[in-house]
Design a protein around this ligand. Structure first.
Ligand SMILES: [Zn+2]
Length: 128
């Protein structure tokens, strides 16, 4: 890996109702990545309360909101080697898409609009 490429590596995290409490726990223990995760999830819900969003998937037009069609999960792309100007991507995932096998590929498509040469790897802690 070339040092100047490092900011193009992103970790993929899918935060569900089941995994979120673990992130909160880790955040309370002081883990910085977990604090960021919790902050992004809260921010996403704050934004969602203001206006409904479309599901992240490029071929899914499901509107997601905080009342009638709550997101099943929040998908996050976090830079593995964050710098001051690092971008993060957080998207809502509808119930149907949370089960999609190609969810990570769809997320990568979205991420590449922001960072064309991005590489996405599955975060180890989501496999637990
Ligand atoms: Zn969807």
């Amino acid at each position: 890996m070339q040092p100047h490429d490092s900011e193009e590596f992103y970790e993929f995290l899918l935060i569900t109702e089941r995994s979120y409490p673990h992130a909160v726990n880790a955040a309370n223990k002081g883990f910085e990545d977990a604090k960021l995760t919790v902050r992004l999830v809260q921010q996403t819900f704050t934004d969602l309360a203001k206006e409904s969003m479309h599901c992240l998937c490029l071929d899914c037009e499901t509107p997601v909101n905080t009342t009638t069609n709550k997101p099943k999960a929040i998908a996050l792309c976090l830079p593995m080697f964050p710098s001051g100007e690092s971008n993060v991507l957080s998207c809502v995932v509808c119930e149907r898409c949370a089960e999609r096998i190609d969810l990570m590929d769809r997320m990568l498509d979205s991420l590449r609009k922001m960072c064309p040469s991005a590489t996405l790897v599955e975060a180890a802690r989501t496999k637990q």
